[in-house]
Design a protein around this ligand. Structure first.
Ligand code: ACO
Length: 325
């Protein structure tokens, strides 16, 4: 009999330090960086973000989100045989954050590795976990997106530092006789590396190059809207569904205008889009599972509904996963 994978629990975690736009505007003003609540809200829809404390690392956020997801699924950590963490802000150069999370959870023995696809990381990781469950390589997986982007922001660059936040989201994905994940569609185009990157690296015990985030916002914006529509349509076609079948669009939370444009192109009302960018900012690979968990816990996203998850980000990478919850 064919094996499928299905999400059986969701969880998330936000570090307690919350900065409203007014808080951030005041902090930036101290170092002479001018911005305003009006500009941030009008251009992005962001009203607040969370920043992790200095002694907190990516695996701490990931572990907290994973515990919430395990509890929601009623699954014991010791039964997990696959952990994938999507992140661009890992604890260390190596080993993977997933191995550290595995140890913190007390879930030894299964496979554990990180996926690096920036803001598309969660849809990449979910697609890999689905494939491993379908082939029998895994039975119960934790798929986590976790980021501390505050560590790689240039707080002198107002065009980027107002956009991002820290957080983590997770799902438990289990083998199932009935399909949860129906189709996915992943892509990358490396010729756009330069429009969104953190170009520095560690070499000879030093950082070589610039270790802070660089982005050509307008180039990213234009590419994002087109590829998100294409990925959604390709995924629907693979699954034999149409956009009218979608109960919830849960896109990467980068900018409300990108979400509005994508919804419009797919002829979906914004009432069918889960929006958390206003409260979380852009949390990169964490944004989709954070939004999914927020939707589930608000009682909006329910079992049996058809969800379209979509990511887009540095690489340039993009992709979509269509699933029945
Ligand atoms: N506060 C006040 N003014 C600002 C700020 C700020 N924080 N930032 C820029 N400005 C100014 C600019 O200097 C410019 O001024 P000028 O006209 O005098 O030169 C003006 O505002 C307009 O700047 P634009 O860059 O044209 O603003 P735009 O409307 O394009 O919005 C934004 C910028 C929000 C970055 C937008 O382009 C965007 O959202 N792009 C997509 C980003 C994204 O989705 N990233 C996702 C992937 S993230 C990942 O993968 C890690």
């Amino acid at each position: 009999m064919r094996r499928y994978s299905r999400i059986t629990g969701t969880g998330s975690y936000l570090p307690p330090r919350r900065l409203s736009n007014a808080d951030l505007v005041a902090e930036l003003a101290v170092s002479g960086v001018e911005t305003s609540d009006d500009w941030i809200v009008e251009r992005t829809g962001i009203r607040a973000r969370h920043f992790a404390a200095v002694d907190v690392v990516c695996s701490d956020l990931a572990t907290a989100a994973a515990k919430n997801a395990l509890q929601a699924a009623g699954v014991d950590a010791r039964d997990i045989d696959l952990i994938i963490v999507a992140t661009s802000t890992p604890d260390m150069v190596f080993p993977s954050t997933a191995c550290i999370v595995q140890h913190k959870l007390g879930a030894p023995g299964g496979a554990a590795f990180d996926v690096q696809a920036v803001c598309s990381g969660f849809v990449y990781a979910l697609t890999i976990a689905d494939a491993m469950i379908q082939t029998g390589a895994a039975n119960k997986a934790l798929v986590i997106g976790s980021e501390i982007f505050s560590r790689i922001l240039d707080f002198k660059d107002r065009t980027t530092c107002v956009l991002f936040g820290d957080g983590a989201g997770a799902v438990v994905l289990e083998a199932s006789k009935t399909p949860g994940i129906l189709a996915s569609d992943l892509h990358a185009d490396g010729k756009h590396v330069g429009i969104l990157c953190v170009p520095g690296h560690v070499s000879g015990g030093h950082i070589t190059g610039d270790p802070l985030l660089k982005m050509d916002g307008q180039a990213v914006f234009k590419l994002a809207v087109g590829v998100l529509e294409d990925a959604a349509r390709a995924t629907l076609e693979k699954a034999g569904k149409t956009q009218a079948d979608i109960d919830w669009l849960i896109p990467h939370q980068a900018n409300i205008r990108i979400m509005q444009s994508t919804a419009k192109k797919l002829k979906l009302s914004m009432d069918k889009v889960i929006v958390t960018v206003d409260q979380h900012g852009n949390t990169s690979a964490a944004s989709i599972p954070l939004a999914l968990d927020a939707g589930v816990r608000a009682g909006k996203v329910k079992p049996g509904q058809l969800l379209m998850l979509e990511g887009v980000g540095g690489g340039f990478t993009w992709g979509a996963v269509l699933l029945n919850l």
